[in-house]
Design a protein around this ligand. Sequence first.
Ligand code: GAL
Length: 383
Amino acid sequence: MDNMIHSKKILFSLTFALLSIPINCQNLNQSFRPGQIWPDNEGKHINAHGGGIIFFNDTYYWFGEYRPPRSEKDKSRYGVSCYSSRDLLNWRNEGLVLKVINDTASLLCPGCIIERPKVIFNKKTGKFVMWFHHELKGEGYKAALTGVAISDSITGPYRYIRSIRPNAGVWPLNFPEEYKKAIPNETVLKNGSDEWILAVRQGLILRRDFKGGQMARDMTVFVDKDGKAYHVHSSEENMTLHFSELTDDYLDFTGRYIRVLPGESNEAPAICYSKGKYFMFTSGTTGWKPNAARLAVSKKIFGEWKASGNPCRGTVDENKITFGSQSTQILPVENKKGEFIYMGDRWIPDNLADSRHIWLPVEWEKGLPVIKWYPSWNLSNLK
Ligand code: GAL
């Protein structure tokens, strides 16, 4: 009898243990561990780089660059991946939601580059709109286009619409009249020289691209309190940021745009709004190599953006390279009103799939957002 009770007990414990496995698996991650492998629900490192997150129906959705792991032979498996989570720590792989199109006539054919995808929800149309930096097959980073895709469902599939260079034939709202005409000898100035940088500030590259549309490389999309959305991107050979208003359906540019920090070489823009001010994290332009982050502040989206120093609060060496990362988004945490997470990428150029996610809590110092290094932290660190 005793034996029977004993074996029943064992059976009960075993069943219980087996039943609890999937539950435990789904909640493997107990803290953010920047720089470490971040396993998804299948135990694989989250493959969503240069990403952006939106909160919808009590769930976070993380979109990012899917970079084929070295072992992957199928080159057509490339595009934008999506993961979902309720706690920001444990993510379920929702698969590739925008894929390259197996047709050489399509701009989105295999071999093209898709970077920094961001999805926003349009309340008026009920559609999910994805914008991404798009470069054409075999052309490196020359095309400098922005692409747009649309879906009825947040987890896709997203239908590719088109890629463009924005704002063809229109001047920025904050562009002085006297800059609209070429400066004598401007085309012979040496790239990178002080004279050339001054000429760029005064519209050298903007004028060059006026007819065909402005370059759009590193980008983000920001939805303001009033529902208006802005496409923010590195333009003018990565020398100047452009903030461009999107149409009400978020699928096109209205032609209203401003230049921000002209001639100051900013990339990787990431914007948040808090207590009456807009804050923007950017990086300098050193390709995959990390450099010192920069913060800029403005009272209005289309206002005067003022450079406000390096937001990193680490050692001198850590601050020089933003803790080994480059910004991609400043994520508002839903149940912690007014609190944000800095999301960055630690790129591994020869194995991009393995690039690490650097997430750090945003802290505040004299009204400005700053970041410090924590090897392990969780949402209770956000006050
Ligand atoms: C970085 C940029 C990345 C990627 C890389 C390519 O500056 O932020 O998104 O484009 O250059 O070298």
